[in-house]
Each structure stands twice: as structure tokens, then as C-alpha cells.
Design a protein around this ligand. Structure first.
Ligand code: NAP
Length: 251
């Protein structure tokens, strides 16, 4: 098991990509803080499934947009499992809004979760990791850190910000043996895009752009997430792994 004895926080782990990563970490031996903001039942189920398989996990409610949520997550990891080795900033929201309808509230909601939340939770986590000799911070970004997404400018801006956040944190935290990286998924079928992809011929048009000719599943992100959390990636920092079926090759 590649994460035996490690303690991980995965934000937004009650559903979708975060849930798959939490399960993957549990299978690899990590104790997992399964964070949720609203999806209590599915987060409790996710943590229960890890425990049923012989692992260690607890579900913890926290809104990553607020410092109080960061404290709750760090405290849970330290009190329940004795420390913190791995943070996955996975929680994210996407709101459709044309640029010409721009609304400051939309900006605040998206940036507070996707970028500001990830930044300040990383800083809090780094303080704990420094004391323990190092750690891994992994950010679930998007191919839209490089390519703008129509009607989702603020989402794309938040992911573009993560690209520089990863590099900036990696630079300043390297001396403490904290590696900071990102995974940028392409199209992964989750609640975030299920109804959008069900409309008209959107799914078929998307498939045309994916060289590997399938839409990804949450499980497709787990291999990269385990690699970046494990000692196999100890010489990898400040970088982004694109897990997109080749989507960016057409851009
Ligand atoms: P999802 O199924 O909609 O899940 C979003 C997750 O974020 C949920 O677990 C949700 O928790 C959590 N979350 C939202 N606001 C939160 C907050 N304030 N505090 C804590 N948790 C919060 O979407 P997903 O596809 O798995 O997305 C996960 C990440 O992957 C996101 O960062 C997204 O941008 C990124 N991504 C997804 C795709 C894709 O195609 N699906 C592609 C590229 C990148 P609750 O349900 O408890 O609120």
C-alpha cells in the first residue's frame, strides 16, 4: 500500500472526483478526512465504505470558503489521526454566466471556493506539514486553467489562478519538503456536467474533441492523485498533470 500510515484531507469528497480520490487513498492505506459542505449522507457513506474495507476515515462538514472550515478540517485530521501529510483541494463550483452579464456575487462565490479557499487551506495545512518534516498538496484544477470555457469565464479564471498558485506555493514550500502540484481533468462525468451533457448533441460534439474517444470517469483521476500523494513523486513539485484523454491536443 503506497499511502500506509499517511493522513489525508480531501475536500468535497462526498461526491464525484473527490469521493473517488478518497476511496483510492483509503485503499492505499491512508486515513482520510472526507470533507463535505452539503452532501452529508453521501460523505458519511463514503467514509463508511472506507472503514468497511478495513481503512480509517471520518466525514467532516466544512465550507472551504471560510477560515472556520479550514480550522475544522485541520483539527479533525490532527485530533482523529495524529497529523496531516496530504491535502487535496478538490472542492469546486461552476456557474454559467456570460461575460456581459457579469455579477460580482458570482465572482465572489466561485473565487472563494475554487481559489481563495484552496490557497488559505493550503497555507494552514503547510504549517502542520512543516512541523512533521513535509507533505503533499494536490489541487484539482481543470484543462480550463489553459483554455477558456464559453459562458464560464470566472470558473476558467479561478482555474488559471490555481496554475500560478501551485507554482508559487511549490517555490516557497520546497525547503520544507512540501510538494505542491495540480491535476487538471478534462471532461469527467459527474454532477457538475451531467445535465449539461444530456442536452442535445453536446455529448457527441465533446466526444469528437477527445482523442481517446470517451468521456472520463471520476476513477480516471485516482491514479495521478495517488502518485502525487505518494513517495513516488518526491521529486515532483510545481507541476500540473493533465488527465484529459488528449482533449487539449485539439486546442
Ligand atoms: P461535483 O460532483 O459537482 O462535486 C463538487 C464537490 O465540491 C462536491 O463534493 C461539493 O460538496 C464540493 N464543494 C462545493 N462547494 C464547497 C464548499 N464551499 N466547501 C466544501 N466543499 C464544497 O464536481 P466534480 O466534477 O467532482 O468536481 C471536483 C473538482 O474537479 C472541482 O474542483 C472541479 O472544478 C474539477 N473538475 C471537474 C471536471 C469535470 O469534468 N467533472 C473537469 C475539470 C475539473 P457538497 O456536495 O457537500 O457541497
Amino acid at each position: 500500500m503506497r499511502l500506509q500510515g499517511k493522513v489525508a484531507i480531501v475536500t468535497g469528497a462526498g461526491r464525484g472526483i473527490g469521493r473517488a480520490i478518497a476511496h483510492g487513498y483509503g485503499r492505499e492505506g491512508a486515513a482520510v478526512v472526507v470533507n463535505y459542505s452539503r452532501s452529508r449522507e453521501s460523505a458519511e457513506n463514503a467514509a463508511g465504505a472506507i472503514r468497511d474495507a478495513g481503512g480509517r476515515a471520518i466525514a467532516v462538514q466544512a465550507d472551504v470558503a471560510h477560515p472556520g472550515g479550514h480550522n475544522a478540517l485541520i483539527e479533525a485530521a490532527v485530533k482523529e489521526f495524529g497529523g496531516l501529510d496530504i491535502l487535496v483541494n478538490n472542492a469546486g463550483i461552476e456557474i454559467h454566466e456570460p461575460v456581459l452579464d457579469a455579477n460580482p456575487e458570482t465572482w465572489e462565490r466561485i473565487i472563494d471556493v475554487n481559489l481563495k479557499g484552496a490557497y488559505f487551506l493550503s497555507v494552514r495545512a503547510a504549517a502542520v506539514m512543516m512541523g512533521a518534516g513535509g507533505g503533499k498538496i494536490i489541487n484539482i484544477s481543470s484543462v480550463h486553467d489553459l483554455e477558456p470555457l464559453w459562458n464560464r469565464a470566472i470558473y476558467s479564471i479561478s482555474k488559471g489562478g490555481l496554475l500560478m498558485m501551485v507554482k508559487s506555493l511549490a517555490l516557497e514550500l520546497a525547503e520544507y519538503h512540501i510538494c505542491v502540484n495540480a491535476i487538471s481533468p478534462g471532461a469527467i462525468l459527474t454532477d457538475m456536467n451531467r445535465s449539461h451533457l444530456a442536452q442535445g448533441d453536446r455529448r457527441a460534439r465533446l466526444l469528437e474533441q477527445i482523442p481517446l474517444k470517451r468521456i472520463g470517469e471520476a476513477g480516471d483521476i485516482v491514479g495521478a492523485a495517488v502518485f502525487l500523494a505518494s513517495s513516488e513523486s518526491d521529486y515532483v513539485t510545481g507541476t500540473t498533470i493533465y488527465v484529459d484523454g488528449g482533449l487539449l491536443l485539439h486546442k
